[in-house]
Design a protein around this ligand. Structure first.
Ligand SMILES: Nc1ncnc2c1ncn2[C@@H]1O[C@H](COP(=O)(O)OP(=O)(O)O)[C@@H](O)[C@H]1O
Ligand SMILES: O=C(O)C1=C[C@@H](OP(=O)(O)O)[C@@H](O)[C@H](O)C1
Ligand SMILES: [Mg+2]
Length: 173
């Protein structure tokens, strides 16, 4: 399979399972996974939570936008974005026309999955309220960039992986 873009791009909020399902998809497709959080950490030499704390969210978003642009230009496998990457208009433009999947998740599942003490800086204080407000702003952005939406409630990561493959018609005949 030869393309000039990533085979799959996963977007969605924290806890949707982008990183986890991205790994499973990459295995199934025999390609590698790129995750923009890992790319940003490698470029900055520190963890995401530390970048937020010491350099601020804007700086993190700059690094993240660069990581997305680089991965979209060069990576031909599975690409998992950080949950807030779609906030940048330039990133949304880059994603236009690509096989982008919005992994959707309900608040209860997301909080359960991510945990109340997970190192996700945006959810550090009052995570339920933060998550709800965040989704009100972001849902239209996720929907706007996505070719298809895959619900993850009540599905194991393996089941979500199969649903993504089916939705993008990437399963073998
Ligand atoms: N479908 C699922 N069902 C149950 N737990 C899940 C599912 N997808 C992911 N998880 C768990 O939720 C947590 C967050 O998953 P992760 O892949 O890091 O999400 P994201 O990258 O979207 O923030 C991890 O502990 C992961 O094992
Ligand atoms: O939603 C967000 O703004 C963020 C999501 C995180 O990635 P995941 O969505 O993979 O958890 C990470 O990029 C950072 O903590 C900010
Ligand atoms: Mg992730």
């Amino acid at each position: 399979m030869s393309t000039d873009h990533p085979l799959v791009v996963l977007v969605g909020p924290p806890g949707a399972g982008k990183t986890t399902v991205g790994g499973l998809l990459a295995e199934r497709l025999g390609v590698s996974l790129r995750d923009t959080d890992a790319d940003v950490e490698a470029a900055a030499g520190k963890e995401v939570a530390e970048i937020f704390l010491t350099d601020g969210e804007d700086h993190f978003r700059d690094l993240e936008a660069e990581a997305v642009a680089s991965a979209v230009a060069t990576h031909r496998g599975v690409l998992a974005l950080g949950g807030g990457a779609v906030m940048r208009p330039a990133t949304r433009e880059l994603l236009a026309g690509l096989p982008v999947v919005f992994l959707d998740v309900a608040l209860a599942d997301a909080v359960h999955r991510v945990g109340l003490d997970a190192p996700r800086p945006l959810l550090a204080v009052n995570p339920r309220k933060q998550w709800r407000t965040m989704m009100e702003t972001r849902r239209p952005l996720y929907t706007g960039v996505a070719r298809t939406v895959v619900a993850t409630e009540g599905r194991t990561p393996e089941e979500v992986t199969l649903a993504v493959l089916t939705a993008l018609e990437l399963t073998e005949a």
